[in-house]
Design a protein around this ligand. Structure first.
Ligand code: WQD
Length: 339
């Protein structure tokens, strides 16, 4: 069974390709390499001994996308990661986000309809919940107005998928990620932020390794135990394995509804300071950080109600925060070795 993984040389995409191959799926990757590197293919092959097929183009390009699907007839399903995903960048350049993230999805779904490809796993995000009124947040929690164009592209995409699956013979599983962190145990693949990291964990490891001078902790006056904001951090390998369960569910016709939505988190919330303490414990490094003002758009706390994914998918995140931070640090150390 051939599975198309769009954005498959990216952070979550590459980890998902490795897990798909481990389960015997044949993978083809489409990626425009705008936020990843072609050498990730070598690393995937080094891990799995199988080099995935690869084509480089942007899925917002109607002609190239149509031409691709005209050449590949045995695609059983699509896992769609390819999108821009930096919240801050989306505020500065909203049109680039709407054009890329929405047009690529439309092109994929148009070709699914035309070529009768019925199975789509979509990479969504907990950002659709905004600051939930109640915690933990379940899949039925109300969607709140997006705080950024990036978050809005996820909400719009979910609506497009719902409407398309209602009208045509297409099914979808939409996976709402919480905060993916960490790296594969081989330290051959991991998060490769271009430029200054937006996200907490790569900023922590880059500070500890000496690339960044100091971590700024965005606010310690939230209404939480230690005043810093709380998130549901999930190991990227746990997240990747959930995608394999989802596509397997679809190709084996186990879905109970044409569109199913699952929260992918651990159900545990950790504060920024708790993440820092975990890092210091597993690395033996003392982290240089300072408390600064809150970051615009941040929510105070969000963590997942994972019951539906646990019960319905038979999937549960297994790795602890210490495992996640240790794998993130090993990855940063491996990156340093390469230089
Ligand atoms: C985590 C916590 C920050 C950096 C983002 C995306 C979201 C999703 C997950 C894709 C927050 C604090 C951060 C720093 C800090 N991605 N922080 N200093 O914002 O929860 O979510 O990743 O779907 O769409 O928005 O993740 O890692 O940026 O922040 O104190 O230098 O760490 O305030 O409390 P976030 P993050």
């Amino acid at each position: 069974m051939k599975i198309l993984v769009t954005g498959g040389t990216g952070y979550i995409g590459s980890h998902t390709v490795v897990e798909l191959q481990a389960k015997g799926f044949d993978v083809i990757i489409v990626d425009d390499l705008s936020n990843s590197h072609i050498t990730v293919l070598d690393k995937i092959e080094e891990i799995s001994s199988i080099r995935p097929e690869f084509e480089q183009f942007n899925l917002a390009d109607v002609t190239k996308t149509k031409e691709f699907f005209n050449r590949h007839h045995n695609i059983m399903g699509i896992i769609h990661f390819a999108a821009h995903k930096a919240v801050g960048e989306s505020v500065e350049n909203p049109l680039m986000y709407y054009q890329n993230n929405i047009f690529s999805l439309i092109n994929i779904m148009q070709n699914m309809k035309d070529k009768n490809i019925q199975n789509l796993v979509f990479s969504s995000s907990c950002t659709v919940y905004g600051q939930p009124a109640e915690l933990p947040v379940s899949e039925n929690s109300p969607i709140q107005k997006a705080l950024s164009p990036y978050g809005n592209t996820k909400q719009i995409a979910e609506d497009i998928i719902q409407d398309t699956c209602k009208a045509y013979d297409t099914n979808a599983v939409m996976l709402r990620y919480f905060n993916p962190i960490g790296a594969h145990k081989s330290a051959l693949i991991g998060e490769l932020p271009l430029g200054v990291p937006n996200n907490l964990v790569p900023f922590i490891t880059q500070t500890a390794i000496g690339i960044r001078k100091q971590l700024s902790v965005f606010g310690d006056n939230y209404n939480t135990a230690d005043g810093t904001a709380i998130r549901d951090y999930i190991h990227v390998v746990d997240l990747a394995q959930a995608h394999v369960v989802a596509i397997d569910r679809m190709v084996n016709k186990k879905q109970k509804k044409k569109v199913e939505i699952f929260n992918l988190g651990t159900g545990n919330g950790f504060s920024v300071l708790e993440v820092i303490r975990s890092f210091e414990k597993v690395s033996g490094e003392k982290l240089n950080y300072k408390i600064v003002n809150r970051r615009e758009g941040d929510v105070e706390q969000v963590y997942a109600d994972t019951k539906f994914a646990n019960d319905e998918l038979g999937w549960k995140a297994k790795k602890t925060l210490d495992n996640m931070m240790e794998s993130a640090w090993n990855w940063e150390l491996a990156l340093k070795e390469k230089i």
